[in-house]
Design a protein around this ligand. Structure first.
Ligand SMILES: Nc1ncnc2c1ncn2[C@@H]1O[C@H](COP(=O)(O)OP(=O)(O)O)[C@@H](O)[C@H]1O
Ligand SMILES: [Mg+2]
Length: 251
């Protein structure tokens, strides 16, 4: 059984640019560590591309983990996942979330004593919630409350969320729940308003101000303290990655 929760999520940007060295940035995503991830960036900044790598690495890190993937926009990048059992697109994304929320509830009540890692990757989470607010505000509120619950309680129960968004607007993160993401990634050229939403203080913002970030480059903030500049690797063998992802979302 392979289980190593130090996940390589990117390279150190400066080593990559200045030295051409691919020096990995590792993130501990073990049970008990807050590893809920929030990935933010403008359209085209490389969020979905990064997510695909995270999905693959999480599958490979632990054969007992269970991955779910909600793809609100039905992105072309994820076309190959159609037909996988735990892939949910567009109107079905809430089905995926409900599955994961249900697992957490059973673990909270003691009905389910298993603690294998359960992860929902939710692409374009904020756009999904905003659309839901338009369609059914009451339901949107309920879902946001449940998402907050997973963020608060999921850590000790092995239930984790990885959400992406263009702008992490406060109104879709009730009760300051943005702060409950232990792993924050900002990709591409950041708007100052987004840095203000996601970085803990002006000191951190100042440290990013002299920098420029291209597609697939950006900021990693761990547990609201440790900031690193990262470069998301280019996928060398897309077919191999797709095979791992399809298998990990099925069966
Ligand atoms: N780190 C990267 N290395 C190489 N190509 C990338 C990288 N990140 C993104 N791309 C390319 O840019 C395209 C757009 O990225 P995508 O992940 O869809 O952006 P977003 O989800 O933020 O809108 C991808 O399809 C891919 O071809
Ligand atoms: Mg995308």
């Amino acid at each position: 059984m392979t289980r190593n929760y130090d996940i390589k999520i990117a390279y150190h940007l400066d080593d990559y640019i200045e030295l051409g060295v691919a020096n990995p940035v590792m993130v501990n995503m073990a049970l008990g560590v807050n590893s809920h991830c929030l990935i933010s960036g403008m359209s085209g900044s490389g969020k979905s591309y990064f997510e695909l790598q995270l999905l693959c690495r999480l599958i490979k890190a632990d054969e007992n983990s269970r991955l779910y993937f909600a793809d609100y926009k039905g992105d072309d990048t994820f076309d190959f996942l159609h037909g996988c059992q735990r892939y949910y697109s567009y109107h079905d994304t809430l089905d995926g979330f409900n599955e994961v929320y249900g697992i957490m509830q059973k673990r909270m009540s003691g009905e389910d004593e298993s603690r294998n890692q359960v992860t929902l990757i939710w692409d374009e989470y904020v756009a999904n919630i905003l659309a839901l607010q338009e369609r059914d505000n009451k339901l949107a509120k309920k879902v946001m409350g449940q998402v907050s619950e997973v963020l608060l309680l999921g850590r000790s129960k092995g239930v984790r969320l990885i959400c992406t968004c263009q702008r992490p607007d406060a109104n879709v993160f009730p009760q300051g729940s943005r702060l409950n993401y232990g792993v924050i990634v900002i990709l591409g050229a950041p708007l100052k308003s987004i840095l203000e939403m996601l970085l803990p203080s002006s000191e951190y913002i100042d440290m990013t101000e002299s920098r420029t970030f291209k597609q697939g480059e950006g900021i990693l903030l761990l547990q609201s303290t440790e900031m690193t500049f990262i470069k998301v690797p280019t996928i060398r063998n897309m077919d191999a990655l797709k095979t791992v992802c399809m298998k990990g979302l099925s069966g």
